[in-house]
Unconditional design. Structure first.
Length: 359
């Protein structure tokens, strides 16, 4: 193995399985980067092309809504339409960047199941027209619900998705952090069965879902969403290894049978990221750090040209400021710094130079 190649562009179905297997065999993971508009989408594809890495572009429900426009009166509709519009943009452009791109949507809790189903309505129409799914995968995060209900819903939705060759990302255990409304501090002495995914639960998911279709698991091993003070993140990547070993033993399959996902990795130790990747993590979410990179560069641009953001023409000497306040100038500065931050992510995850796309 290791010789697998794919055509550049959006990958799904068996091709997505090939890509996930290539990551695990090659000992690297792909960054899954949150996007909110064409600027961030294009910066992600540019970064992947520059680094010769494949990449995952993902949208949260809020990111999809922003893509559609905050002015649309029906927010729920905007979350669906924005996701559809964003995916069409990526389908149009991805192959021209010469790398493989996975299209994915992020966390959907119980309240957001209708969002996922709305995207699937559009996805089925797209599939009918093109023979390809609109998204490579969606995520359902029902980790706050009882495990049996969580897995039952995942099975129901995966049945529908598998018909189009789509993959489902699920979440087991609770990942702390702002997104989930949980405080940043862990009490290590507390009942940590809630904070760390149990390998038995992962096996349960494998038993139920693997006969239906392709799926991946975001497991909690002490990871948190957002950036916290050093010392507050106590990662235990061995939980991932224990889950892999249990599934491997129970089903008599090869090493690292599970496709694992690392959520809330911002600010974590590079050694532990490497260890997690060795246990079959093929996808690591990144959002906080790329948001900051974009804004940091825009802030620096404004600091450098403060008058251009107050006056069209210099009130003292009549110099026109158009070349500074043109939004393309400062948006481009943001894009370029996002590319720079993503270059670091590709290096940390070992995916730089490893794209399996061949024209
Ligand atoms: Zn998560």
């Amino acid at each position: 193995m290791g010789a697998s190649t794919l055509k550049p562009g959006v990958v799904s179905g068996k091709d997505y399985d090939i890509l996930m297997a290539a990551c695990k065999e090659g000992g690297y993971a792909l960054p899954a980067v949150n996007a909110t508009g064409t600027n961030t989408v294009n910066a992600i594809m540019e970064a992947a092309a520059v680094n010769k890495s494949d990449v995952i572009i993902q949208f949260s429900n809020g990111g999809a809504q922003f893509f559609a426009g905050q002015g649309l009166p029906d927010g729920d509709q905007a979350k669906v339409l924005g996701a559809v519009s964003a995916a069409q943009h990526v389908h149009m452009l991805a192959e021209h960047y010469g790398v493989c791109v996975v299209l994915h949507t992020d966390h959907a809790n119980k309240k957001l199941i209708p969002w996922v189903e709305g995207m699937l309505d559009h996805g089925e129409a797209f599939y009918k027209e093109t023979g390809k799914p609109l998204y490579s995968s969606h995520m359902l995060d029902l980790s706050e619900e009882p495990i049996d209900w969580n897995l039952g819903e995942c099975a129901r939705i995966l049945e529908r998705m598998a018909k189009m060759g789509m993959s489902l990302e699920i979440e087991l255990g609770v990942t702390g952090g702002e997104e989930d409304g949980i405080g940043g501090e862990f009490d290590e002495s507390a009942d940590n069965s809630k904070l760390y995914t149990q390998p038995e639960d992962v096996l349960k998911a494998y038993d139920l879902l693997s006969p239906i279709g392709s799926f991946s698991v975001a497991a909690s091993f002490g990871n948190v969403h957002g950036v916290y003070k050093p010392g507050n993140v106590k990662l235990r990547p061995e939980i991932l290894k224990n889950s892999q070993d249990l599934v491997q033993r129970s089903h008599n399959v090869g090493q690292n049978p599970l496709n694992l996902v690392f959520h809330g990795g911002s600010g974590s130790d590079k050694g532990q990221i490497k260890e997690a990747v060795g246990y079959g993590v093929f996808k690591m979410n990144i959002d906080t750090d790329t948001q900051f990179a974009f804004s940091e560069a825009v802030g620096a641009f404004v600091d450098e040209h403060p008058k251009a953001f107050k006056y069209q023409i210099d009130p003292e000497d009549g110099t026109p400021f158009k070349k500074f306040y043109d939004p393309r100038k400062w948006l481009r500065a943001g894009e370029q710094n996002m590319v720079k931050r993503l270059t670091e992510a590709f290096e940390d995850l070992g995916s730089k130079g490893k794209s399996i796309a061949r024209a």
